[in-house]
Design a protein around this ligand. Structure first.
Ligand SMILES: [Zn+2]
Length: 160
């Protein structure tokens, strides 16, 4: 990868890190919150009269290992790009995974081998350990996001 320009490439998903696929943020300011579910946003705290202001939501942040035609490497997929893979919000997926403990493992299996056109860019904010997925487009015409395959797998109707 040369320079800071985003690079587009065709790649195959080898695996996703399903052990930790999301993180909590403040639902108002979207600052990252600790994993502790009772913690709330320090910055919006002053406005605690409004119960909404102490709410949190989950966003996807998932490490994906991919193979291009020349190499294998790990990229980091944030919420917008991950929604293409999962087909739902991180909160929805988290709730689904609570009912179906193997959902994340299955999502890994579902996405494994799928081909995508990804645009990769350097992470902003100094964390340059992994390239960031700026956009992702499935290449297979019959591609289903993980949640749709999972709902079929677990016998739930889409939208139920
Ligand atoms: Zn906040």
């Amino acid at each position: 990868m040369e320079g800071d320009k985003p690079t587009a490439l065709m790649c195959t998903v080898l695996a996703i890190d399903y052990s930790k696929f999301c993180y909590r943020v403040c639902s108002v300011c979207e600052r990252t919150l600790p994993d502790n579910p009772t913690s709330f946003c320090k910055f919006c705290n002053f406005n605690a009269f409004n119960s909404v202001s102490t709410g949190s939501k989950r966003l996807f942040r998932v490490l994906v290992s991919i193979a291009s035609d020349t190499k294998v490497f790990t990229v980091i997929c944030f919420d917008r790009a991950a929604k293409v893979l999962f087909g739902c919000s991180a909160d929805e997926f988290f709730d689904f995974a609570k009912l179906h403990p193997f959902a994340a493992v299955s999502a890994n299996r579902i996405l494994e081998g799928e081909m995508f056109r990804m645009t990769l860019s350097k992470s902003k904010g100094g964390n340059a350990q992994h390239l960031r997925v700026a956009s992702v487009v499935p290449l297979r015409s019959g591609f289903l996001p993980a949640i749709q395959s999972l709902r079929e797998l677990y016998g739930e109707r889409v939208g139920s």
